[in-house]
Design a protein around this ligand. Structure first.
Ligand SMILES: C[S@@+](CC[C@H](N)C(=O)[O-])C[C@H]1O[C@@H](n2cnc3c(N)ncnc32)[C@H](O)[C@@H]1O
Length: 301
């Protein structure tokens, strides 16, 4: 959704932008191009491979693109470190990059048989192997049900438990096969393990916690009229963004029917998208992974 993001962020010369999910740098590249000759971008990503590859790919912008390996929840400290404090635009394009899915050794995909890893930030100690082999059945069930919207979550959790008592589940291939067997093969057009893998990835990387933490006060990072755009790929993520932007756009957050306002809140932003923008048919045809994308934007007031 590059076109939609640029229309909303309206990159311009002399301005500063934060790309909290740099990834392959596609969006940042476009911001830098549109904000030439002197617009600046601070790009964050917690994945060392994304950082290295994008630093190299975008080296022609080295003077205008600052790159840091960091969680976007650390954006405020990093903005302070680089002396910017606030920016004219923020972008979060959440989830996995195509690099993650196409990497053989990272354990995100069941297309390749690799160690169960799924960490986007490889400095983190907990990985999918530990989640699958050590979490109690009830916790696994909840992860598959909530993050994967998997109706047969309990059946999968019990099958994992039965298997790991005999021998630890070590690879993506073993897990995909086990889930397929537990669900009695696949009847739908998606692989039977798709939902389980998505749920595990969200749990391993604590993706909803990161997003919720960031949204708590991300408006403080925006200059007046600065804009924030978030692209999410999961209904729970979109719900968090919708809730946060709605809160930012209100001038009082007291419970309904309260006679006198005591919350001390004031409006922080106005909504630029009352409903989420969805990718065009053309985009989902070219990039089927975009089909679940939802874009929301707000402007600091
Ligand atoms: C969908 S990709 C971004 C693609 C990018 N917009 C582009 O045009 O190439 C998401 C990226 O965000 C990173 N990411 C996800 N959650 C993050 C977090 N909490 N902090 C920092 N980076 C994160 C991932 O490592 C991944 O590289």
């Amino acid at each position: 959704m590059v076109r939609e993001v640029m229309e909303l962020l309206q990159p311009q010369a002399h301005r500063r932008y934060l790309d909290g999910t740099l990834g392959g740098g596609g969006h940042s590249e476009q911001i830098l191009t549109l904000s030439s000759p002197d617009g600046l971008v601070l790009g964050l990503d917690w994945d060392d491979e994304a950082i290295a590859a994008t630093r190299e790919r975008l080296k022609r912008f080295a003077e205008r693109l600052l790159i840091r390996r960091a969680n976007f929840t650390e954006a405020s400290e990093i903005l302070r470190e680089v002396g910017w404090h606030k920016v004219d635009g923020i972008l979060l394009d959440l989830g996995l990059s195509s690099h993650h899915l196409e990497s053989r050794g990272r354990g995100f995909s069941f297309q390749f048989d690799s160690r169960l890893d799924m960490r986007m930030d490889r400095r983190q100690s907990i990985d999918a192997y530990q989640v699958v082999n050590t979490y109690p059945v009830s916790k696994l069930e909840r992860i598959f049900r909530e993050y994967g919207e998997e109706r047969r979550a309990r059946r999968i959790a019990l099958a994992i438990d039965a298997q790991r008592k005999r021998k630890k589940i070590g690879t993506t291939g073993e897990l995909a096969e086990l889930v397929t067997r537990a669900l009695g093969g696949g009847r739908s057009h998606i692989h039977p393990a798709t939902r389980t893998f998505q749920a595990l990835r969200i749990a391993v990387n604590r993706e909803l916690d990161q997003l919720a933490g960031f949204l708590e006060n991300a408006y403080e990072l925006l200059l007046l009229k600065g804009r924030m755009v978030v692209i999410s790929f999961h209904s729970l993520e979109d719900r968090l963004v919708k809730k946060a932007f709605r809160k930012w756009s209100r001038d009082c957050i007291c419970p309904p029917k309260t006679l006198f306002c005591y919350c001390g809140w004031s409006q922080k932003a106005r909504l630029l998208t009352s409903r989420p923008l969805l990718p065009s048919e053309m985009e989902t045809r070219i990039n089927p992974r975009a089909r679940s994308a939802k874009l929301r934007a707000a402007e600091r007031v």
